[in-house]
Design a protein around this ligand. Structure first.
Ligand SMILES: [Fe+2]
Length: 262
Protein backbone atom coordinates (compact mmCIF):
# COMPACT_ATOMS: atom_id res chain seq x y z
CA UNK A 1 0.00 0.00 0.00
CA UNK A 2 1.33 3.46 -0.88
CA UNK A 3 -0.07 6.66 0.58
CA UNK A 4 0.95 10.24 -0.13
CA UNK A 5 1.70 11.90 3.21
CA UNK A 6 3.08 15.27 2.07
CA UNK A 7 4.02 17.07 -1.13
CA UNK A 8 6.37 14.73 -2.97
CA UNK A 9 6.49 12.20 -0.12
CA UNK A 10 4.86 8.77 -0.16
CA UNK A 11 4.67 6.23 2.62
CA UNK A 12 5.03 2.64 1.47
CA UNK A 13 3.50 0.24 3.95
CA UNK A 14 4.71 -3.31 3.52
CA UNK A 15 3.82 -6.35 5.58
CA UNK A 16 6.63 -8.57 6.63
CA UNK A 17 6.76 -11.56 8.91
CA UNK A 18 9.64 -12.61 11.10
CA UNK A 19 9.66 -15.61 13.43
CA UNK A 20 5.93 -16.07 12.79
CA UNK A 21 5.26 -12.56 14.05
CA UNK A 22 3.88 -10.02 11.64
CA UNK A 23 5.85 -6.82 11.70
CA UNK A 24 5.39 -3.89 9.39
CA UNK A 25 8.07 -2.32 7.35
CA UNK A 26 7.28 1.22 6.30
CA UNK A 27 9.46 3.08 3.87
CA UNK A 28 9.33 6.54 2.43
CA UNK A 29 9.71 7.52 -1.18
CA UNK A 30 10.62 11.12 -1.92
CA UNK A 31 10.53 13.08 -5.15
CA UNK A 32 13.32 15.62 -4.86
CA UNK A 33 15.03 17.59 -7.63
CA UNK A 34 13.49 15.48 -10.36
CA UNK A 35 14.58 12.13 -9.02
CA UNK A 36 13.10 9.53 -6.73
CA UNK A 37 14.81 8.59 -3.49
CA UNK A 38 13.70 5.57 -1.47
CA UNK A 39 14.59 5.14 2.20
CA UNK A 40 14.70 1.48 3.23
CA UNK A 41 13.24 -1.30 1.14
CA UNK A 42 9.83 -2.75 1.95
CA UNK A 43 8.62 -5.96 0.37
CA UNK A 44 8.39 -5.30 -3.37
CA UNK A 45 4.88 -6.55 -4.07
CA UNK A 46 3.27 -6.17 -7.49
CA UNK A 47 1.10 -3.42 -6.08
CA UNK A 48 4.11 -1.46 -4.77
CA UNK A 49 6.04 -2.04 -7.99
CA UNK A 50 3.21 -0.77 -10.17
CA UNK A 51 2.59 2.28 -8.01
CA UNK A 52 6.27 3.27 -8.01
CA UNK A 53 6.41 2.78 -11.78
CA UNK A 54 3.33 4.96 -12.18
CA UNK A 55 4.94 7.70 -10.04
CA UNK A 56 8.03 7.48 -12.25
CA UNK A 57 5.95 7.92 -15.35
CA UNK A 58 3.62 10.60 -13.97
CA UNK A 59 6.52 12.82 -12.89
CA UNK A 60 8.89 11.75 -15.68
CA UNK A 61 11.53 10.68 -13.19
CA UNK A 62 13.51 7.57 -12.31
CA UNK A 63 14.32 5.78 -9.10
CA UNK A 64 17.85 7.11 -8.64
CA UNK A 65 18.78 6.45 -5.08
CA UNK A 66 17.97 3.79 -2.50
CA UNK A 67 19.26 4.59 0.97
CA UNK A 68 19.12 1.83 3.57
CA UNK A 69 19.30 3.34 7.03
CA UNK A 70 19.14 0.27 9.27
CA UNK A 71 21.69 -2.53 9.45
CA UNK A 72 18.95 -5.15 9.86
CA UNK A 73 16.89 -3.88 6.91
CA UNK A 74 18.42 -5.94 4.16
CA UNK A 75 15.79 -8.54 3.23
CA UNK A 76 14.23 -6.81 0.26
CA UNK A 77 17.17 -4.80 -1.11
CA UNK A 78 18.06 -7.32 -3.86
CA UNK A 79 14.53 -7.24 -5.30
CA UNK A 80 14.58 -3.45 -5.57
CA UNK A 81 18.04 -3.38 -7.12
CA UNK A 82 16.97 -6.02 -9.62
CA UNK A 83 13.79 -4.17 -10.57
CA UNK A 84 15.15 -0.60 -10.62
CA UNK A 85 18.30 -0.77 -12.69
CA UNK A 86 18.73 3.03 -12.57
CA UNK A 87 19.05 3.05 -8.80
CA UNK A 88 22.25 3.48 -6.83
CA UNK A 89 22.34 1.95 -3.38
CA UNK A 90 23.78 3.51 -0.24
CA UNK A 91 23.72 1.30 2.84
CA UNK A 92 24.46 2.33 6.40
CA UNK A 93 26.53 -0.74 7.19
CA UNK A 94 28.64 -3.50 5.71
CA UNK A 95 26.26 -5.80 7.58
CA UNK A 96 23.57 -5.16 4.95
CA UNK A 97 25.91 -6.51 2.27
CA UNK A 98 27.15 -9.44 4.35
CA UNK A 99 23.58 -10.61 4.89
CA UNK A 100 22.76 -10.30 1.20
CA UNK A 101 25.86 -11.55 -0.67
CA UNK A 102 24.10 -11.35 -4.05
CA UNK A 103 24.20 -7.56 -3.85
CA UNK A 104 27.96 -7.26 -4.28
CA UNK A 105 28.01 -10.10 -6.76
CA UNK A 106 25.42 -8.50 -9.01
CA UNK A 107 25.44 -4.77 -8.41
CA UNK A 108 28.95 -3.91 -7.20
CA UNK A 109 29.18 -0.79 -9.36
CA UNK A 110 26.00 0.66 -7.94
CA UNK A 111 26.68 0.12 -4.23
CA UNK A 112 28.34 2.20 -1.56
CA UNK A 113 28.60 1.78 2.22
CA UNK A 114 28.09 5.03 4.10
CA UNK A 115 30.67 5.75 6.81
CA UNK A 116 28.36 6.20 9.79
CA UNK A 117 31.10 7.93 11.78
CA UNK A 118 31.73 10.49 9.07
CA UNK A 119 28.56 10.72 7.05
CA UNK A 120 28.86 12.11 3.56
CA UNK A 121 26.35 11.30 0.83
CA UNK A 122 26.65 14.05 -1.79
CA UNK A 123 24.18 12.25 -4.05
CA UNK A 124 21.40 13.01 -1.60
CA UNK A 125 21.70 16.75 -2.15
CA UNK A 126 20.91 19.59 0.23
CA UNK A 127 17.33 18.76 1.12
CA UNK A 128 18.21 15.77 3.26
CA UNK A 129 20.27 15.26 6.36
CA UNK A 130 21.44 11.95 7.81
CA UNK A 131 22.36 11.62 11.47
CA UNK A 132 23.91 8.59 13.09
CA UNK A 133 22.32 6.91 16.08
CA UNK A 134 25.41 5.48 17.75
CA UNK A 135 26.43 4.15 21.12
CA UNK A 136 24.55 0.85 21.01
CA UNK A 137 25.61 -2.74 20.39
CA UNK A 138 24.01 -5.63 18.54
CA UNK A 139 21.69 -8.17 20.18
CA UNK A 140 23.31 -11.47 21.25
CA UNK A 141 24.91 -13.62 18.55
CA UNK A 142 22.02 -16.11 18.69
CA UNK A 143 19.67 -13.51 17.25
CA UNK A 144 21.63 -11.80 14.52
CA UNK A 145 24.93 -13.64 14.21
CA UNK A 146 26.94 -10.54 15.12
CA UNK A 147 30.16 -10.56 17.11
CA UNK A 148 29.82 -9.80 20.78
CA UNK A 149 29.91 -6.02 21.23
CA UNK A 150 29.61 -5.19 17.51
CA UNK A 151 28.08 -1.76 16.98
CA UNK A 152 24.43 -1.50 16.04
CA UNK A 153 24.26 0.93 13.17
CA UNK A 154 21.36 3.15 12.26
CA UNK A 155 21.08 6.43 10.46
CA UNK A 156 18.10 8.72 10.88
CA UNK A 157 16.96 10.70 7.84
CA UNK A 158 15.47 14.17 7.78
CA UNK A 159 13.69 15.40 4.66
CA UNK A 160 14.09 19.09 5.36
CA UNK A 161 11.60 20.33 2.76
CA UNK A 162 8.68 18.59 4.46
CA UNK A 163 10.24 18.54 7.96
CA UNK A 164 9.71 14.80 8.16
CA UNK A 165 12.03 12.61 10.23
CA UNK A 166 12.29 8.95 9.27
CA UNK A 167 13.32 6.43 11.92
CA UNK A 168 14.13 2.78 11.27
CA UNK A 169 14.60 0.65 14.35
CA UNK A 170 15.86 2.32 17.49
CA UNK A 171 12.43 3.43 18.68
CA UNK A 172 8.95 2.10 17.98
CA UNK A 173 5.94 4.15 17.00
CA UNK A 174 3.25 4.73 19.59
CA UNK A 175 0.27 2.43 19.14
CA UNK A 176 -3.04 1.81 20.84
CA UNK A 177 -1.86 -1.70 21.42
CA UNK A 178 1.17 -3.77 20.60
CA UNK A 179 1.73 -4.37 16.87
CA UNK A 180 3.86 -7.43 17.20
CA UNK A 181 1.85 -9.96 19.12
CA UNK A 182 2.49 -9.19 22.76
CA UNK A 183 3.48 -6.08 24.58
CA UNK A 184 7.17 -7.04 24.71
CA UNK A 185 7.69 -4.39 27.34
CA UNK A 186 6.19 -1.63 25.21
CA UNK A 187 3.82 0.90 26.68
CA UNK A 188 0.87 1.67 24.37
CA UNK A 189 0.56 5.34 23.43
CA UNK A 190 4.24 6.12 23.97
CA UNK A 191 7.27 6.11 21.74
CA UNK A 192 9.16 3.10 23.12
CA UNK A 193 12.89 2.55 22.82
CA UNK A 194 14.02 -0.69 21.21
CA UNK A 195 15.84 -1.88 24.31
CA UNK A 196 16.48 -5.40 23.07
CA UNK A 197 17.73 -4.47 19.62
CA UNK A 198 19.82 -1.53 20.79
CA UNK A 199 21.70 -2.48 23.92
CA UNK A 200 23.64 0.47 25.28
CA UNK A 201 27.38 0.13 24.80
CA UNK A 202 28.49 3.73 25.29
CA UNK A 203 25.87 5.62 27.27
CA UNK A 204 27.39 9.04 26.60
CA UNK A 205 27.39 8.41 22.87
CA UNK A 206 23.82 7.10 22.91
CA UNK A 207 22.70 10.21 24.75
CA UNK A 208 24.60 12.47 22.36
CA UNK A 209 22.98 10.69 19.43
CA UNK A 210 19.54 11.26 20.90
CA UNK A 211 20.38 14.92 21.47
CA UNK A 212 21.64 15.31 17.91
CA UNK A 213 18.38 13.93 16.56
CA UNK A 214 16.26 16.15 18.77
CA UNK A 215 18.17 19.17 17.47
CA UNK A 216 16.94 18.53 13.94
CA UNK A 217 14.13 20.69 12.60
CA UNK A 218 11.21 18.30 12.14
CA UNK A 219 7.47 18.41 12.71
CA UNK A 220 6.48 14.84 12.00
CA UNK A 221 7.99 11.37 12.22
CA UNK A 222 7.61 8.27 10.06
CA UNK A 223 8.46 5.03 11.85
CA UNK A 224 9.69 2.07 9.90
CA UNK A 225 7.73 -0.27 12.15
CA UNK A 226 4.10 0.03 13.08
CA UNK A 227 0.62 -0.16 11.60
CA UNK A 228 -0.06 2.03 8.56
CA UNK A 229 -2.46 4.31 10.43
CA UNK A 230 -0.04 4.95 13.27
CA UNK A 231 3.44 4.97 11.80
CA UNK A 232 3.13 8.56 10.53
CA UNK A 233 3.07 10.79 13.57
CA UNK A 234 1.95 14.30 12.74
CA UNK A 235 2.03 17.40 14.86
CA UNK A 236 -1.37 18.52 16.09
CA UNK A 237 -2.98 20.30 19.03
CA UNK A 238 -2.61 17.23 21.22
CA UNK A 239 0.79 15.95 20.29
CA UNK A 240 4.17 17.25 19.29
CA UNK A 241 6.21 14.39 17.82
CA UNK A 242 9.54 15.91 18.87
CA UNK A 243 8.39 16.13 22.49
CA UNK A 244 7.12 12.55 22.33
CA UNK A 245 10.47 11.39 20.96
CA UNK A 246 12.32 13.25 23.71
CA UNK A 247 10.07 11.62 26.32
CA UNK A 248 10.81 8.21 24.81
CA UNK A 249 14.57 8.82 24.78
CA UNK A 250 14.48 9.86 28.44
CA UNK A 251 13.16 6.45 29.43
CA UNK A 252 16.24 4.64 28.11
CA UNK A 253 18.82 6.13 25.74
CA UNK A 254 19.19 9.39 27.69
CA UNK A 255 18.53 7.90 31.08
CA UNK A 256 21.63 5.75 31.41
CA UNK A 257 24.11 8.52 30.76
CA UNK A 258 22.30 10.80 33.20
CA UNK A 259 22.27 8.10 35.87
CA UNK A 260 25.97 7.35 35.46
CA UNK A 261 26.75 10.99 36.30
CA UNK A 262 24.96 10.79 39.65
FE1 LIG B 1 13.47 -3.13 11.63
Amino acid sequence: MIKKIADNVWLIHGNQSMFMIEIYSNSILVLDNQRLVLFNCPELTDDVKQTVRSIESEYQVKMELIVVLGDWHHFHIPAWMEEFSTAHLKVCSQRNLLKQPSLEEKFKDRIEVIDYQNISVPALGDNFELVSFSGCIQPPWMLGGDENGAPRIELVALFKTAKILYITDHVFCPTEQSFSGGLMGKVPGLINCNKGGFRIGDSELAMKSAENILELDFDSIVFSHGPAEQCFLEKNDNSIPKDMLAAGYRTFFMKHAEESKL
